[in-house]
Each structure stands twice: as C-alpha cells, then as structure tokens.
Design a protein around this ligand. Structure first.
Ligand code: HEM
Length: 419
C-alpha cells in the first residue's frame, strides 16, 4: 500500500464537495484513487454515497454497458430523485434503449459528420463576427465576449431561435449548469430554497422559463415549419405518435444546456491553456488539416469540460476490486480517465501533437456518447484558427474565476488583454 492508500488519505477525499472544485481541479485525488482504489466508495454529505469510477478502462466499460449501468434513474444529477421528480425532469440523457434510441433518432441527423462539415462556413462567419466585436477592445472578458457567444449563436441557428433571444438562453443555461455557484445561479442546488423546484431540471426556476420558451417556439413552428431542429421535434413521432409536449421541452432544454455550456468551456479553458503554454501555439501555426484535428483532440482531453456523469447499477456486479450492488449509484469521472497514465504518456503535459488520443471528454462508447461532438470540434477548431493571429499577444489581465462545481469544469471569467 502506497502513502496515498493510507486509509486516512482516501477517507479525506470528497468528490461530492463542490468547494473542492472551486479554485482548481483536485487532480491529486484522482491520481490517488486510480492508483489505490480505482472504483472507490465515496460517501456523500447529502446523499447515500456513490461509486467513483476513475480509471480509463472502467469509465469506458461502464459507459458501454448500459444494461448494467442504467441512465434511467438520472444521468446528470448526483442526487437521488423521487419517482415524481424523475418523471418530470427526465430527458433523453436519462433514458436507456429502446426509448433512448428512438429519441436520439429524432435529433441526430444534423449532428452527423457530414452535415456538420457543411456548417463550417456558418461557424466561421459567426466566429468572425464575435471576434471582431471582442477584439475591438484592448481588454475584455474572454468568457463573456467570445467563449460564451460562439456556441450559443451556432446552436440558436440549428434550433431556429432568433438572434435577439441568444442572451436569454445563455442566462438560463448558466443558471442551470452552474446551479452550485452563487455568482451565477439565483437558486442553489445545495441551498434549502431549491426544494420547491425539485420537479424541475437542475432544481431551478430557470428551467421553467426555458420550457415556456420552448413552448412558444414549438407553437410557432407547428404553425409555420422551418428547416430547423424545433420543427423536427414538433413533426417527430415515436411509435407512430407525435412527441408529447413535455418530451419536446425536455429535449429543447437538453440541447441548449448540453451544446452551449460545454463548448464554451472547451474554448475558454483551451485558450487559457494556450496562453499558459505559448510553445504550443507554434504547433498550431504550422498545422495542416491533420495537425489541427490532432491538436483539437488534445485540447479536448486537457480541458474536459464535464467532470462526470452518473449511472445506476441494475444488478450486482464487480468492477475493478469493488463489489457494486444493484441500485448503487455509479459515477464515471472523465476528468480522471483523461489523466490515466496507463493510457496517456505523461498525462499532465499538454502536447498538441499527441496521437492517438482516446480521451473520454465526450464519453466513450455506449449509446449516450455526445451527440454534438463533431459540432464542438468544429467550433473549437474554427475559433482557434480565427484567433491565431492575435493568440500570441493575448495575456491574462487579472485572475480568472472558476465555476464552483464538481460537474462543470469551467471558467466564469477569463480577463485578457492584447499586448
Ligand atoms: C466540448 C463540448 C462538449 C462536451 C465536453 C460534451 C460532453 C458530453 C458528455 C460527456 C456526454 C455524455 C456521454 C455519455 O454519457 O456517454 C454528452 C452527451 C450529450 N451531448 Fe455533449 N458535449 C459537448 C458538446 C455538445 C454539443 C455542441 C451538443 C449539441 C447540442 C451536445 C449535445 C449532447 C447531447 C444531446 C447529449 C446526450 C446524448 C444522449 O443521451 O444520447 N454536446 N456530451
């Protein structure tokens, strides 16, 4: 047993504590867990505890085996939801096949490799528009002016949301995904007030506003169809029946939150990483198409915008050295898998030439693998290509601020100046 395995050290780890992720990612915890207790029982202050799965191999195994590790009792919430809350809050990400297969089939076409390739022109022109606005100033908050602006603009175009509502959707999305940060959310997940919103996704009234918005837009599309995703949802059927209104709202909310906040963080943390590793910028300067693809994968591994997702065991099963009982919560930690030294040589080195790079940033294998992965890659690459001429002159302009969350790995502010 190494030092880290001393029971006291493992017992002091608390992955359920949002404060532990407020200033930095506690990578040393994940290193200790992978080394000494890779499927670790994590007691929770406000819950019944969960298994923390930390090795790359086990994260992949759990993600693939949906029959044993089900999403049906919630994938994005660590808290255990009562059946009424679960039924009210469920979206595609909280379902298993075959329902999951049907739901995903309704929205997957525009996110496939080929259609996404065709968005490059649109993404580039939206990115240029955003950068022109931001770079007109010498100093600005990179998160607000750039990283938050690009993904929502792209997503609004796909969904059919008019431009003047982008700000509203950013704000509502922030309140949901950062529901553990008092700076961003009016109702905190771990505060008493959230109890009255327990039937809403992320336990926040912002979800209600998002549902209202989705209803207004879907009514408009029912009356006048357009070539967009909301129209696909209102026209979509499962088993020959139209999609219920609740399912449309839940899918709308999922797409806005999943596609917006995550890509923002890949961009913000990715640019922060390049500011901190200027030697890597030279690699981008001389990169051909393949070089760019490789570089983007490494930035995705490095940034890992989502720390974890949750599953629930459907049967007794042994994983690693641990015996998991039916009904136990099982949490896969992408952050840990992406620093697994058995898979990534020198994992704490940012190496934009790293290849192969089987990171788990979008999940890996399994039915829930990120729907928007190709879009996210495109947005990150185009943003970096357009920013490249000024990237070497971008400097920190004060301390960045992180989101207090063990779910989102992200920045709420990244003040920069152009030297
Ligand atoms: C860098 C940006 C992104 C990251 C890090 C990310 C990460 C993830 C992860 C980890 C999952 C769960 C995988 C699993 O359970 O196996 C997921 C699922 C999902 N993502 Fe992304 N994502 C990103 C961008 C996007 C974008 C642009 C969209 C577009 C709308 C999107 C939509 C979704 C959806 C709808 C799901 C649920 C898929 C399902 O349940 O079948 N994501 N994403």
């Amino acid at each position: 047993m190494t030092d880290a395995a001393a029971p006291g050290v493992l017992a002091s780890i608390d992955l359920s504590d949002n404060d532990a992720f407020a200033d930095r990612v506690p990578y040393e915890w994940f290193d200790a867990l992978r080394r000494d207790d890779s499927v670790h029982w994590q007691p929770e202050r406000d819950g019944r505890g969960f298994w923390a799965v930390t090795s790359h191999a086990d994260v992949v195994a759990v993600s693939k085996d949906w029959a044993t590790f089900s999403s049906q009792t919630g994938a994005s919430a660590l808290e255990d939801l009562a059946p009424d809350a679960l039924a009210a809050r469920r979206s595609m990400i909280d379902t298993d096949p075959p329902l999951h297969t049907d739901l995903r089939g309704l929205v997957s076409a525009p996110f496939a490799v080929r259609p996404v390739r065709d968005y490059e022109g649109l993404v580039r022109s939206l990115t240029r528009q955003v950068l022109a606005g931001a770079l007109a100033q010498d100093r600005f908050d990179f998160v607000e002016r750039v990283a938050a602006a690009v993904p929502i603009k792209v997503l609004c175009r796909l969904l059919g949301v008019p431009e003047h509502d982008e700000g509203l959707l950013i704000d509502l999305g922030d309140q949901m995904i950062a529901n553990t940060d008092p700076d961003l959310a009016s109702v905190l997940l771990d505060g008493g007030e959230s109890e009255q919103y327990r039937l809403l996704p992320f336990r926040t009234p912002a979800a209600l506003e998002m549902f209202d918005y989705s209803r207004r837009l879907s009514e408009a599309r029912r009356r006048q169809p357009q070539p967009d995703l909301v129209t696909a949802l209102v026209q979509g059927t499962i088993g020959g029946r139209p999609l219920p209104r609740r399912e449309i709202d839940a899918m709308f909310l999922l797409l806005v939150v999943a596609g917006n906040e995550t890509t923002r963080q890949a961009i913000a943390l990715g640019v922060q990483a390049l500011i901190e590793h200027p030697d890597q910028i030279a690699i981008l300067r001389s990169a051909d198409d393949r070089g760019w693809r490789i570089a983007v994968e490494e930035l995705l591994r490095w940034t890992t915008p989502l720390h974890h997702f949750r599953r629930t065991a459907t049967r007794d099963v042994t994983l690693g050295q641990s015996k998991i009982a039916a009904g136990d919560k099982v949490v896969v930690w992408y952050t840990s898998a992406n620093r697994d030294e058995n898979v990534f040589h020198d994992p704490y080195r940012l190496d934009l030439r790293r290849s192969p790079n089987p990171h788990t940033t979008f999940g890996r294998g399994g039915p829930h693998r990120c729907l928007g992965e190709h879009l996210a890659r495109l947005e990150l690459r185009v943003l970096l290509q357009e920013l490249l001429p000024v990237l070497p002159r971008l400097e920190p302009d004060g301390e960045p601020a992180r989101i207090r969350s063990n779910f989102t790995n992200g920045l709420k502010r990244l003040p920069v100046r152009i030297s």
